[in-house]
Design a protein around this ligand. Structure first.
Ligand SMILES: Cc1cc2nc3c(=O)[nH]c(=O)nc-3n(C[C@H](O)[C@H](O)[C@H](O)COP(=O)(O)O)c2cc1C
Length: 364
């Protein structure tokens, strides 16, 4: 049930698959006999130094995956020298997560119906000393995630005939998660559900604001004094509007294929957004990144960095904080070896000459 909550996407999962498949549409063009004895992947994100262009996406309810949840993820990100983004839907507090890392830390905000709740969140994040605010604009309503409907996923998870066998097969999870401190939306206690709920239905009925528009972004912009990033942009038009609205960064994202099924894979939308942005803001790619070579391809197209979601949750499920570190380390190793093998020792030297279509015609 929890695996499907993490792994799944909306409806037929066409966009979920497109996110990963898009990377296969690009091939790498290696240069040989270049000195690659030292490779370099450290960079900066809106001025903050990070050891790698692999950043961690916001994911809700990480304590459902493993004890420690978001705190364990933030600690791992800090140890590896990269950025973590805490979700509005987190199951750990804003303050506990800030205490877990000295590294760069952002908060992901939803512009919900209850604007005072949103204001309070922004103030709390500011007081806690977060380095950036990422406003996610791709959830006017929650996408139809059929795996959750099929598995009967609720919060808190419920032991029912349909789920009993699944739960009983995972005694360690039952001991650590189900029997541990109840998992809930820790930062929106006033709005957190008092009873067992289907998360999507609950968010649609109680929280989300399908009436939110670009004008509402002004309220956040004037309240938050730090860097502001918009998550969920897929078109040139929205890129222009995001820049007009005072954003410093844009995350090209379809929410990991969990929202609108049938939109492009995120990588497929990246060139359009980059062209519209014309270097005025940092542009990040999120969705389907599973290998260091995927990161290299996105950077070669022009992205500043990549966010990953599911990969670190799988690491968390397998090995807690150390598991998340292992995932980041694996991606970093793969970036280093890909840089060496394409003959571009530094990410600064990546450009479109590294790329070509994966299936060029063999005969004219
Ligand atoms: C279990 C799960 C929960 C998520 N929760 C949130 C969330 O609360 N807020 C948000 O902006 N994005 C959320 N996302 C989307 C991620 O931030 C990100 O867009 C996505 O995971 C990136 O794709 P990837 O998993 O292929 O790397 C969630 C994703 C997953 C898998």
């Amino acid at each position: 049930m929890i695996f499907d909550f993490i792994d799944g996407g909306a409806e037929d999962e066409v966009t979920l698959r497109a996110n990963a498949d898009a990377f296969r549409r690009l091939a790498l063009r290696p240069r040989r006999l270049v000195d690659v004895s030292r490779t370099h992947q450290a960079t900066t994100i809106l001025g903050a130094p990070v050891s790698t262009p692999v950043l961690l996406s916001p994911t809700g309810l990480a304590r459902l995956t493993a004890r420690g949840g978001e705190v364990a993820v933030a600690r791992a990100a800090g140890r590896k020298g990269t950025l973590f983004t805490l979700s509005t839907m987190a199951s750990s507090t804003i303050e506990d997560v800030r205490a877990a890392t000295d590294g760069p830390l952002w908060f992901q905000l939803y512009m919900w119906r209850d604007q005072e709740l949103v204001d309070r969140l922004v103030d709390r994040v500011q007081t806690a000393g977060y380095d950036g605010l990422m406003v996610a604009v791709d959830v006017p309503v929650v996408g139809k995630r059929e795996r959750d409907l099929r598995s009967g996923f609720t919060l808190p998870p419920r032991l029912r005939a349909r789920t009993a066998l699944d739960l009983l097969r995972h005694p360690r999870w039952m001991r650590e998660v189900l029997a541990g401190r109840p998992v809930t939306f820790e930062n929106i206690a006033d709005a957190a559900p008092g009873q067992v709920v289907a998360v999507a239905q609950y968010v649609n009925q109680e929280l989300s604001n399908p009436g939110a528009t670009w004008e509402d972004l002004g309220r956040v912009r004037s309240r938050w004094s730090g860097p502001l990033v918009l998550k969920g942009v897929m078109t040139a038009e929205d890129t222009e509007r995001a820049i007009d609205a005072g954003m410093q960064g844009i995350v090209v994202s379809n929410h990991g294929g969990r929202q609108l099924d049938g939109e492009l894979g995120a990588l497929e939308a990246l060139p359009e957004v980059l062209e519209a942005a014309r270097g005025r803001v940092e542009v990040y790619l999120e969705g389907g990144v599973r290998r260091g070579s995927d990161v290299v391809k996105a950077l070669a197209l022009g992205a500043r960095a990549c966010f990953v979601g599911r990969p670190y949750l799988y690491g968390l499920a397998n090995g807690g904080s150390a598991g998340v570190e292992a995932v980041i380390a694996t991606l970093m190793d793969e970036i280093d070896s890909t840089l060496a093998l394409v003959g571009r020792p530094s990410i600064d030297g990546l450009d479109r000459s590294v790329l070509c279509p994966a299936h060029p015609p063999l005969l004219a």
